[in-house]
Design a protein around this ligand. Sequence first.
Ligand code: KG4
Ligand code: ZN
Length: 370
Amino acid sequence: MILSIETSCDETAAALVEREEGGVRVVSSVVSSQIALHAPFGGVVPALAAREHAKNIVPVIETALREANISANHIEAIAVTGGPGLSPALRIGIMAGKTLSYLMEKPLLPIHHIEGHIYANTILPSQASPHSSEFHFPLLALVVSGGHTELVLVRTHFAYEIRGATEDDAAGEAFDKVAKMLGLPTQAGPEIARRAEIFRALPEKERSPAPEFPRPMIDSGDFRFSFSGLKTAVLYFLKKNVANKESDHFIEAVSFAFEEAVLETLLAKTRLALETFQPATLTVVGGVSANTELRRRMRALTQTQFPGTHFMIPELRYSLDNAAMIGAAALFRFERMSDTHKDRARALWKTLGADPNLPLGAYEECLATS
Ligand code: KG4
Ligand code: ZN
């Protein structure tokens, strides 16, 4: 069993996970969100996030242990997000992980946040079902979160090739910025999605014409993304139509048009990547993958146009930031580590630091497989 910790942004999270036939079982998973705290500032304030993590980290770990109802000697290792993320925020989780590792004399496994998002797929569904969560390689992962938009080809466990990424804003960042322009709450991907859904559900004759926004780089023929031009197009449109900004129907139409532009771009690039790499599995991970319409279209794309490709997506609660996904990645790392590497990981509490720009595939030297 592994105790895992995640504090890279505005969620304080801890979990206990264990390896089971076919995947990872979550014994307990606790997430304490700070969304409401940062809302008045229109974005996550790093120093404020760190203060909240410092206040909540021990109670969150304590709750995870209590809910799991296990004694501490069942824990074989401690896992913690080492980056990327906000340094002051990451540091709180890392400090907690280092302290536990030192006192319990257990290996400390630093995990890349995006690796965690990818391994959220290995978490077994809560209801008993014959579903297997093992990976079939090569696996293509569309990573869409607040900080990342990239297509990652995973050849085998922990062997990542980033085949394309955003040139400017991440998809989630665009959702958050457009939400702010529309006066919706921050971290408002879900709020834009909700408004877009209202518009989408209207019969054609009851819809006002929705604006058409650009789909930057959609035809670039490669795997690069760009969302800042789209964001600017929304900004100009809102400036021109300032009188309508109070109308719910107007906000729903803009949310719909914006969401369509993002989804169509993500779909087009993913389709090209599926044709190019012919992966055994497609997965969509990161906070934006909580978007219902994106989940629906990606599943449909795979089923209708790439029937030989297996589609995987984490359960909704493990798509958003959580610690169970960090523990899941750590379990797969841990079972492949040699005794020498486990010994080294037992001493990592002395040196591990936060890395806000950690590259995917880092830590290979300390977590390397035998
Ligand atoms: O992975 P995540 O929880 O944190 C990061 O690692 O960044 O992703 C958060 C991002 C935010 O930008 C949020 O607006 C977006 O995911 N998001 C959504 C939805 N739910 C969360 N975007 C679109 N539709 C959603 N339903
Ligand atoms: Zn995330």
